[in-house]
Design a protein around this ligand. Sequence first.
Ligand code: PLP
Length: 484
Amino acid sequence: MFHQAVWDEKLIIEMKGKRSLRLPYEDRDYNVEIPDILKRSELNLNDNEEHEVLRHYVRLSQMNYGVDLNTYPLGSCTMKFNPKLSEEIVSMDQVRYIHPYQDQSTVQGALQIMYELQEYLKVIGGMDAVTLQPVAGADGEFTGLLLVRAYHENRKDYKRREIIVPDSAHGTNPASSTMAGFTTIEIPSDKNGLVDLNALKEALSEKTAAFMITNPNTLGIFDENILEIARLVHEKGALLYYDGANLNGIMGITTPGKMGFDIVHFNLHKTFATPHGGGGPGAGPVGVKRHLEDFLPVPVVRYDGKYYYLDYNVKNTIGKVAGFYGNFAVLVRAWAYIKLQGGNGLRKVTERAVLNTNYIRKKLQGHYDLPYKELRKHEVVFSGSNLKKYGVRTLDVAKRMLDYGVHAPTIYFPLIVEEALMIEPTETESKENMDHLADIMIKIAQEAEKDPELLKTAPHNTAVKRIDEVEAARNPVLTWKMIK
Ligand SMILES: *Cc1c(COP(=O)(O)O)cnc(C)c1O
């Protein structure tokens, strides 16, 4: 409505004396007969001028927080700056306007992008084949576990109905396991936060279908026993599943394939560029080793040296797991991001993410409890339990951070850390930003001691004050209308 156009003065809408909305002139007959039943006698429009309307919307946009505004330290999510080039590419007509029903000969470029992405992910994951279909990490987990099921059933090994997960696992892991029809067995972590080998040995049996872990784990610690873990799991005839949400901690340096994993899902919206605030959009491609290739969902994108095509002819396919070919625009962003970085670039991404994490780990040590002392990879989990003596909880720290104009870290996850505060700086934050974040958190720890009430009633400077989360969960108001 603010774009340049030829204005027809007659079409300027006058609102109680103030001019706000101007409609562009078009050579069209506006004298359309509107049935009375559709007409309102009075328009209850606000009495604002154009610049007032603009200010209103700009102000609304500033009530929100995003990666383009400031540091976004949420852990386990890899919330990074997302190159605007990827956004430009997905906005191109060639990407926006293609249709899944188009003939394959007319979408060779799109298929080439998908094929190349499959190839890149094979290398990054150390896998032999990839499906791009799943539309989220959790969907990748579900798909991967259906592959596990198909694999064992194909071998007539029907008793393998159990999936083992460590207690540090993301909630989607046991949920996917249940969705795929398995029973989930949880094992405790050892005192270093790693897989407890004895607990694993005890849990493994001829009923185990797979062990599902992420490495580095949700504490950000790399499990150095991974080769031994792989040996134990395979020795029992089970498969090893890699939750790839933490790939930002190893990418370009090692691969899940080298660690002995059979299946891996990639969270393209975490590691490879798609902005994913508010729960979407995403893509969770799954990579597998050779022995699982015949079970992949269809279609798989293939190339015969001249022509890219969709292959529906996969021997023991589990079928389709998403409409058409997956979340295409997310795939394109990931492809562009990988091309932009190159192999060395991806390695640098990891190195810098790890450096940032350990920098903030050192800076905050002494101000917040730090369970588990090891070096971290992509993220670090502190504990706010040292503030409990002032009556302050991690939630209060998180709310107070909003007053200083930064987003809070992930809180209360993983469950094995009391009063958890999980920070993932990613590769994109500068030293200045890391210092800024650390200074704020240190200041808040001092405030907790001097003026705990200030934290407990925070945030004070935001558009929305502290909400009653229990009330919101128990009695959700699922309408935009005001309810008295
Ligand atoms: C985010 C995440 C998942 C789930 O991925 P979604 O894309 O959100 O479905 C699984 N595991 C870990 C460790 C994660 O951080």
